[in-house]
Design a protein around this ligand. Structure first.
Ligand SMILES: *Cc1c(COP(=O)(O)O)cnc(C)c1O
Length: 223
Protein backbone atom coordinates (compact mmCIF):
# COMPACT_ATOMS: atom_id res chain seq x y z
CA UNK A 1 0.00 0.00 0.00
CA UNK A 2 2.58 2.51 -1.00
CA UNK A 3 1.35 4.40 -4.01
CA UNK A 4 -0.91 7.43 -4.01
CA UNK A 5 -3.49 5.35 -5.84
CA UNK A 6 -3.56 2.62 -3.22
CA UNK A 7 -3.56 5.03 -0.29
CA UNK A 8 -6.36 7.05 -1.86
CA UNK A 9 -8.38 3.93 -2.58
CA UNK A 10 -7.97 2.68 0.98
CA UNK A 11 -8.95 6.06 2.39
CA UNK A 12 -12.02 6.32 0.18
CA UNK A 13 -13.14 2.92 1.45
CA UNK A 14 -12.95 4.22 5.02
CA UNK A 15 -14.69 7.55 4.56
CA UNK A 16 -18.46 7.19 4.84
CA UNK A 17 -20.59 7.83 1.76
CA UNK A 18 -21.81 11.39 1.72
CA UNK A 19 -18.63 12.83 3.21
CA UNK A 20 -16.68 14.73 0.58
CA UNK A 21 -12.92 14.23 0.40
CA UNK A 22 -10.72 17.21 -0.40
CA UNK A 23 -7.28 15.86 -1.34
CA UNK A 24 -4.88 18.38 0.18
CA UNK A 25 -2.08 18.53 -2.36
CA UNK A 26 -0.14 21.58 -1.18
CA UNK A 27 3.64 21.28 -1.62
CA UNK A 28 3.26 18.16 -3.74
CA UNK A 29 4.22 18.23 -7.43
CA UNK A 30 1.70 18.13 -10.25
CA UNK A 31 2.59 14.49 -11.04
CA UNK A 32 1.34 13.48 -7.60
CA UNK A 33 -1.97 15.21 -8.24
CA UNK A 34 -2.15 13.59 -11.66
CA UNK A 35 -1.90 10.17 -10.08
CA UNK A 36 -4.74 10.99 -7.69
CA UNK A 37 -6.73 12.42 -10.60
CA UNK A 38 -6.26 9.22 -12.57
CA UNK A 39 -7.55 7.34 -9.54
CA UNK A 40 -10.74 9.39 -9.75
CA UNK A 41 -10.07 12.30 -7.39
CA UNK A 42 -11.48 15.61 -8.63
CA UNK A 43 -11.35 17.89 -5.59
CA UNK A 44 -7.97 19.24 -4.50
CA UNK A 45 -7.04 21.64 -1.71
CA UNK A 46 -4.18 24.12 -1.92
CA UNK A 47 -2.96 26.68 0.60
CA UNK A 48 -0.93 29.08 -1.53
CA UNK A 49 -2.41 31.07 -4.40
CA UNK A 50 0.52 30.94 -6.87
CA UNK A 51 0.80 27.19 -6.40
CA UNK A 52 -2.93 26.69 -6.99
CA UNK A 53 -2.87 28.88 -10.09
CA UNK A 54 0.07 27.10 -11.67
CA UNK A 55 -1.33 23.63 -10.92
CA UNK A 56 -4.72 24.66 -12.33
CA UNK A 57 -2.97 25.66 -15.56
CA UNK A 58 -1.17 22.34 -15.77
CA UNK A 59 -3.88 19.88 -14.78
CA UNK A 60 -7.30 18.94 -16.25
CA UNK A 61 -9.99 21.57 -16.21
CA UNK A 62 -12.61 19.43 -14.49
CA UNK A 63 -10.75 19.65 -11.18
CA UNK A 64 -12.48 21.60 -8.43
CA UNK A 65 -9.80 23.68 -6.69
CA UNK A 66 -10.39 24.49 -3.05
CA UNK A 67 -8.37 27.17 -1.31
CA UNK A 68 -7.72 26.19 2.30
CA UNK A 69 -4.88 28.49 3.41
CA UNK A 70 -4.77 31.96 4.83
CA UNK A 71 -5.85 34.26 2.02
CA UNK A 72 -3.96 37.51 1.72
CA UNK A 73 -6.01 40.35 0.31
CA UNK A 74 -3.46 41.05 -2.43
CA UNK A 75 -3.87 37.47 -3.73
CA UNK A 76 -7.64 37.47 -4.10
CA UNK A 77 -7.64 38.69 -7.69
CA UNK A 78 -5.28 35.96 -8.93
CA UNK A 79 -7.23 33.24 -7.14
CA UNK A 80 -10.68 34.20 -8.29
CA UNK A 81 -10.76 32.75 -11.84
CA UNK A 82 -9.63 29.28 -10.67
CA UNK A 83 -11.16 28.59 -7.30
CA UNK A 84 -14.37 26.68 -6.73
CA UNK A 85 -14.54 26.98 -2.93
CA UNK A 86 -12.63 29.19 -0.50
CA UNK A 87 -12.56 27.54 2.95
CA UNK A 88 -10.76 30.25 4.83
CA UNK A 89 -12.74 33.48 4.97
CA UNK A 90 -12.45 35.06 8.38
CA UNK A 91 -13.14 38.78 8.10
CA UNK A 92 -15.67 41.18 6.72
CA UNK A 93 -12.89 42.85 4.79
CA UNK A 94 -12.04 39.62 2.98
CA UNK A 95 -15.72 38.89 2.30
CA UNK A 96 -16.16 42.33 0.73
CA UNK A 97 -13.01 42.02 -1.33
CA UNK A 98 -13.93 38.56 -2.66
CA UNK A 99 -17.42 39.82 -3.43
CA UNK A 100 -16.12 42.83 -5.35
CA UNK A 101 -13.61 40.76 -7.29
CA UNK A 102 -16.14 38.03 -8.11
CA UNK A 103 -18.59 40.58 -9.46
CA UNK A 104 -15.85 42.30 -11.42
CA UNK A 105 -15.20 39.09 -13.36
CA UNK A 106 -18.87 38.18 -13.55
CA UNK A 107 -19.03 35.16 -11.30
CA UNK A 108 -20.27 34.08 -7.93
CA UNK A 109 -17.88 32.39 -5.53
CA UNK A 110 -18.68 29.89 -2.81
CA UNK A 111 -16.97 30.48 0.52
CA UNK A 112 -16.87 28.94 3.97
CA UNK A 113 -16.54 30.92 7.17
CA UNK A 114 -13.39 29.83 8.97
CA UNK A 115 -13.96 29.30 12.67
CA UNK A 116 -11.31 29.40 15.35
CA UNK A 117 -11.98 27.00 18.19
CA UNK A 118 -8.57 25.43 18.74
CA UNK A 119 -6.26 26.08 21.62
CA UNK A 120 -3.52 27.51 19.40
CA UNK A 121 -3.48 31.29 19.63
CA UNK A 122 -1.91 31.99 16.29
CA UNK A 123 -4.43 30.28 14.07
CA UNK A 124 -6.81 32.26 11.87
CA UNK A 125 -10.56 32.29 11.98
CA UNK A 126 -13.49 33.87 13.77
CA UNK A 127 -14.58 32.63 17.17
CA UNK A 128 -18.10 31.19 17.11
CA UNK A 129 -19.35 34.34 18.81
CA UNK A 130 -17.64 36.61 16.30
CA UNK A 131 -19.04 34.56 13.43
CA UNK A 132 -22.58 34.72 14.80
CA UNK A 133 -22.23 38.49 15.19
CA UNK A 134 -20.72 39.10 11.76
CA UNK A 135 -22.81 36.80 9.60
CA UNK A 136 -26.25 38.40 9.39
CA UNK A 137 -28.95 38.49 6.71
CA UNK A 138 -28.01 42.13 6.09
CA UNK A 139 -24.39 41.21 5.46
CA UNK A 140 -25.14 38.29 3.13
CA UNK A 141 -27.64 40.41 1.19
CA UNK A 142 -24.91 42.96 0.58
CA UNK A 143 -22.59 40.36 -0.99
CA UNK A 144 -24.18 39.30 -4.28
CA UNK A 145 -20.87 37.92 -5.60
CA UNK A 146 -20.61 35.41 -2.75
CA UNK A 147 -22.50 32.36 -1.59
CA UNK A 148 -21.69 31.38 1.97
CA UNK A 149 -22.08 27.61 1.84
CA UNK A 150 -20.85 26.55 5.27
CA UNK A 151 -18.09 26.64 7.84
CA UNK A 152 -14.55 25.31 8.14
CA UNK A 153 -12.40 24.72 11.19
CA UNK A 154 -9.56 22.84 12.80
CA UNK A 155 -9.31 21.12 16.16
CA UNK A 156 -6.51 21.75 18.62
CA UNK A 157 -3.28 20.04 17.70
CA UNK A 158 -3.24 17.80 20.78
CA UNK A 159 -3.43 14.10 21.62
CA UNK A 160 -6.38 14.55 23.94
CA UNK A 161 -9.28 13.09 22.00
CA UNK A 162 -11.84 14.69 24.28
CA UNK A 163 -10.45 18.12 23.46
CA UNK A 164 -10.43 17.41 19.73
CA UNK A 165 -14.00 16.17 19.90
CA UNK A 166 -15.11 19.24 21.85
CA UNK A 167 -13.50 21.53 19.27
CA UNK A 168 -15.27 19.79 16.38
CA UNK A 169 -18.51 19.93 18.29
CA UNK A 170 -18.19 23.71 18.62
CA UNK A 171 -17.72 24.01 14.88
CA UNK A 172 -20.73 21.84 14.20
CA UNK A 173 -22.88 23.69 16.73
CA UNK A 174 -21.98 27.03 15.20
CA UNK A 175 -22.91 25.67 11.78
CA UNK A 176 -26.26 24.47 13.14
CA UNK A 177 -26.95 27.87 14.69
CA UNK A 178 -26.28 29.68 11.43
CA UNK A 179 -28.20 27.08 9.40
CA UNK A 180 -31.31 27.51 11.53
CA UNK A 181 -31.19 31.32 11.63
CA UNK A 182 -29.38 33.37 8.97
CA UNK A 183 -29.45 30.53 6.43
CA UNK A 184 -32.88 29.06 7.18
CA UNK A 185 -34.40 28.36 3.78
CA UNK A 186 -30.95 28.37 2.13
CA UNK A 187 -30.14 24.72 1.42
CA UNK A 188 -26.81 25.72 -0.13
CA UNK A 189 -25.57 26.42 3.40
CA UNK A 190 -24.68 22.77 3.88
CA UNK A 191 -20.94 22.27 4.32
CA UNK A 192 -19.09 21.49 7.55
CA UNK A 193 -15.42 21.22 6.54
CA UNK A 194 -13.39 19.69 9.36
CA UNK A 195 -10.96 16.83 9.89
CA UNK A 196 -7.42 16.21 8.63
CA UNK A 197 -5.22 13.12 8.33
CA UNK A 198 -4.85 12.52 12.06
CA UNK A 199 -8.29 13.47 13.30
CA UNK A 200 -10.82 13.03 10.50
CA UNK A 201 -12.64 10.02 12.00
CA UNK A 202 -13.44 12.12 15.07
CA UNK A 203 -14.55 15.00 12.84
CA UNK A 204 -16.85 12.70 10.87
CA UNK A 205 -18.37 11.32 14.04
CA UNK A 206 -19.04 14.93 15.10
CA UNK A 207 -20.82 15.76 11.86
CA UNK A 208 -18.23 16.75 9.25
CA UNK A 209 -19.55 16.62 5.70
CA UNK A 210 -16.22 17.46 4.12
CA UNK A 211 -12.74 16.34 5.22
CA UNK A 212 -9.41 17.82 4.10
CA UNK A 213 -6.74 15.12 3.94
CA UNK A 214 -3.20 15.45 2.64
CA UNK A 215 -0.52 13.38 4.35
CA UNK A 216 -2.49 10.13 4.35
CA UNK A 217 -2.79 10.34 0.56
CA UNK A 218 0.41 12.02 -0.59
CA UNK A 219 2.85 11.30 2.24
CA UNK A 220 4.81 13.85 4.24
CA UNK A 221 5.25 17.29 2.73
CA UNK A 222 8.70 18.73 2.11
CA UNK A 223 8.51 22.42 2.86
C1 LIG B 1 -2.46 21.11 5.27
C2 LIG B 1 -3.89 21.23 5.69
C3 LIG B 1 -4.72 20.09 5.78
C4 LIG B 1 -4.23 18.67 5.54
O1 LIG B 1 -3.42 18.25 6.58
P1 LIG B 1 -2.88 16.71 6.64
O2 LIG B 1 -2.45 16.56 8.03
O3 LIG B 1 -1.75 16.64 5.67
O4 LIG B 1 -4.01 15.81 6.28
C5 LIG B 1 -6.05 20.29 6.10
N1 LIG B 1 -6.55 21.52 6.33
C6 LIG B 1 -5.79 22.62 6.25
C7 LIG B 1 -6.41 23.94 6.53
C8 LIG B 1 -4.44 22.51 5.95
O5 LIG B 1 -3.70 23.63 5.90
Amino acid sequence: MNSITSRLTALRAEIPAGVELVAVSKFHPAEALREAYDAGQRVFGESRVPELVSKAAELPSDIAWHFIGHLQTNKVRALMPHVSLIHSVDSERLLRLIDAEARRIGRRVDVLVQLHVAREETKFGLTPLEALELITPELTASLPGIRITGVMGMASNVDDEARIRADFRKIRTTFDRLASTVFAGHPEFSIVSMGMSHDWPIAVSEGAGMVRIGTTIFGEREY
